[in-house]
Design a protein around this ligand. Structure first.
Ligand SMILES: C[S@@+](CC[C@H](N)C(=O)[O-])C[C@H]1O[C@@H](n2cnc3c(N)ncnc32)[C@H](O)[C@@H]1O
Length: 351
């Protein structure tokens, strides 16, 4: 595979006011037409799921797993081996020393390197760069940001002023399956992590960001995920409430003109399409990106939002947006073409 084929893919979404035939589309903004369009997006998603299903079948056969469900460790091992960028992290760990040099570290470093406007578009003449990281344990995005800043903004003597929020690994009621137990960064910087009025850190709970009252940030990231290994094909639907809560948290805590990053799982379900449309109307520029360092075997993508207008547009869809952005979103899913390559290659291997 050529290097150019696996570089970070970017697709820009058009905001509502830029859609040429908006007036015309508003006439056809009927529930029936919306349902029809949701169906077309569902077909896009089905295509991606088909590739993942084929790959998982192959792994089951290869490892002769007797159990009905795919052993998740085998899935991880195989998708990692087949991942074209898998060597990058090992190589980097040998050359660069830093805390939490994980796949998440690499993804965020890659996004910052490819989209430097995430920092450069902010007017920092008077201010210190401020960041908030939602759903952030163990904290690799923070570590990547500090490394990137040290390398690319060495002229500045100050480092970003960061805060993070996440499920509290030390709360007695925390679900062991949902929290990340690696707590080195939390223990080292206890004043930088916020866990809300009930100390759980759960972004769903009222007051989860209460201690940041009055603070707004230049950059907000949200990288939340829930364990969907039991039914990976429903990852997008099962994460819908979390994604909506993170998106609202971003809009609540972002300074006007600020930038944001939100992890999504695929982008074809109604819940995600509503976030995409709201974002396209609340930010100057919105892009879907799949970093090369993110495995094609998973369905994650990142929504990059730049230039916040200072108010969140409602979470709803219009026919005009869905019609006009269909090709861009399917283009965004082309980032998974690497998975298609793998599955078509597998199809040629005799049993
Ligand atoms: C993929 S990890 C984040 C990785 C992180 N960006 C990094 O670079 O190390 C997803 C995080 O979301 C957190 N999370 C999941 N559900 C959450 C919720 N309801 N409220 C707050 N955090 C949540 C998990 O506990 C986990 O720490």
């Amino acid at each position: 595979m050529e290097l150019e084929e696996i570089l970070l893919e970017r697709s820009s979404l058009k905001r509502k006011t830029l859609i040429a035939n908006e007036m015309e589309s508003d006439f056809s903004n009927t529930p029936e037409r919306l349902a029809e369009l949701y169906g077309e997006y569902a077909k896009l998603r089905a295509d991606l799921l088909e590739q993942q299903t084929q790959l998982s079948k192959y792994i089951q056969v290869k490892y002769k797993s007797g159990c009905s469900g795919l052993e998740i460790t085998k899935w991880h091992e195989t998708t990692t081996q087949m991942h074209p960028a898998s060597e990058v992290l090992n190589d980097l760990r040998n050359r660069v020393k830093g805390p939490l040099m994980t796949q998440a570290w690499l993804k965020f470093y890659e996004i910052l390197s490819n989209i430097p406007e995430l920092i450069l578009s902010v007017d920092l003449t008077a201010d210190r760069f401020t960041t908030l990281h939602l759903c952030e344990a163990p904290g690799a995005f923070i570590s990547a940001l500090m490394s990137y800043w040290a390398n690319e903004h060495s002229e500045r003597t100050d480092f970003p002023d960061w805060y993070a929020a996440t499920l509290n690994p030390h709360h007695e009621e925390s679900d062991p399956g949902a929290v990340i137990r690696v707590d080195t960064l939390i223990l080292e910087f206890p004043d930088r992590w916020v866990f809300g009025t009930d100390n759980t850190g759960n972004i769903f709970n009222f007051g989860s960001l209460a201690s940041l009252k009055g603070k707004q940030f230049h950059l907000v990231t949200a990288d939340g995920g829930v364990d969907c290994s039991a039914d990976p094909e429903f990852q997008e639907q099962n994460s819908a409430d979390l994604k909506a809560a993170e998106y609202k948290g971003i809009c609540y805590k972002l300074k006007p003109k600020g930038n944001a990053l939100l992890k999504l799982f695929c982008c074809c379900h109604e819940s995600t399409l509503k976030i995409l449309e709201s974002a396209a109307s609340s930010f100057r520029k919105v892009e879907l990106v799949k970093p090369a360092s993110s495995k094609a075997g998973n369905s994650e993508l990142y929504l990059v939002m730049m230039g916040y207008f200072g108010r969140m547009a409602p979470l709803e869809n219009t026919v005009g947006f869905l019609e006009n952005n269909f090709s861009t979103i399917s283009q965004g899913l082309k980032a998974f073409d690497c998975l298609k390559c793998i599955t078509s290659h597998i199809a040629q291997i005799p049993n």
